[in-house]
Design a protein around this ligand. Structure first.
Ligand code: PTJ
Length: 258
């Protein structure tokens, strides 16, 4: 990987880019994953590369929902495997949930590489290599799912997902939690809870929230979930982007010109 000096003003973003590029080189991430990362970076820039108050609220609701779930499942694709493999294993461990490798551009070789990587990080239950069910309403490879994992889950976490699969999972009656930097995406609008944040921040934050809320009484967790409104949270996310941009624009205009 290219050595990035810590002093670089765009350090975190450049390291993420390197991780995805390395993921492609190692056969974990699809080449299309580079484009997805670029799109995400653009929205992160608009957000100010921080966890906004609306993202923190969505993360809390997501943690409560996952803790209340009877059968939670966490989906992992090639970008997630490149960016946060260790953090996804920690989240799965905190929730006692399986990790299911579920790819948009599926190849059996890539599924195995990702599953092995998660196991190397200590994951106890990694599935997806032998799918035995299909999600209704999706065309072939994208529909593949596993019983005991995403197929039977009541709550599914889908980071960096496409809109069709999100919609199909919701149509199956599941509660769906998305991590997606684009608050306008179909995924973000169709999910039950959308965390508009970079997965680099969202995955560890979600684990921390799950640990913090794990001793909370069920009725209090239920209240957090009931009070959460995804549509208004997405409005807030867009508002937070606009406020950040206005601040940037004002700074630019008030800076002394040469
Ligand atoms: O590994 P595969 O075959 O399953 O493919 C995975 C990708 C990500 C290539 C595939 O699902 C895809 O094409 O996704 P999209 O539709 O390009 O991107 C999904 C969403 O993730 C977009 O709205 C991006 O803005 C968002 N996104 C990208 N990077 C990040 C992100 N959201 C959070 N954190 C990121 N780092």
């Amino acid at each position: 990987m290219t050595e990035i000096p810590k002093s670089h003003p765009r350090y975190a973003s450049l390291v993420a880019r390197e991780r995805v590029a390395e993921g492609v080189r190692k056969g974990l991430t699809s080449s299309q994953g580079l484009i997805a990362q670029g799109r995400g970076e653009c929205f992160d820039y608009l957000l100010g590369e921080r966890t906004t108050p609306s993202a923190a609220a969505a993360t809390q609701a997501a943690a409560a929902m996952l803790l209340l779930a009877d059968r939670p499942a966490l989906s992992v694709n090639g970008n997630v495997a490149a960016l946060v493999p260790e953090e996804m294993v920690a989240l799965a461990c905190a929730l006692a949930a399986p990790l299911e490798v579920n790819l948009f551009h599926r190849s059996e070789e890539r599924v195995k590489r990702i599953a092995d990587l998660l196991r190397d990080y200590g994951a106890e239950r990694v599935i997806g290599e032998n799918p035995d069910a299909t999600i209704p309403g999706l065309d072939h490879a994208r529909a593949l799912a596993t019983r005991g994992g995403i197929y039977d889950a009541d709550v599914v976490l889908i980071p960096l997902e496409d809109g069709d699969r999100c919609e199909a999972l919701v149509a199956m009656g599941k509660k769906v939690i998305a991590i997606d930097l684009n608050p306008l995406s179909r995924t973000a609008r169709r999910a039950t809870v959308s965390i508009v944040d970079n997965i680099l921040r969202a995955a560890p934050n979600l684990t921390a929230q799950a640990k913090q809320l794990s001793s909370m009484r069920h009725e209090n967790l239920e209240r957090i979930v009931q009070e959460y409104d995804n549509e208004s949270m997405l409005h807030r996310a867009v508002q937070e982007m606009m406020t950040h941009l206005q601040g940037q624009f004002q700074d630019y205009h008030s800076a002394p010109k040469d």
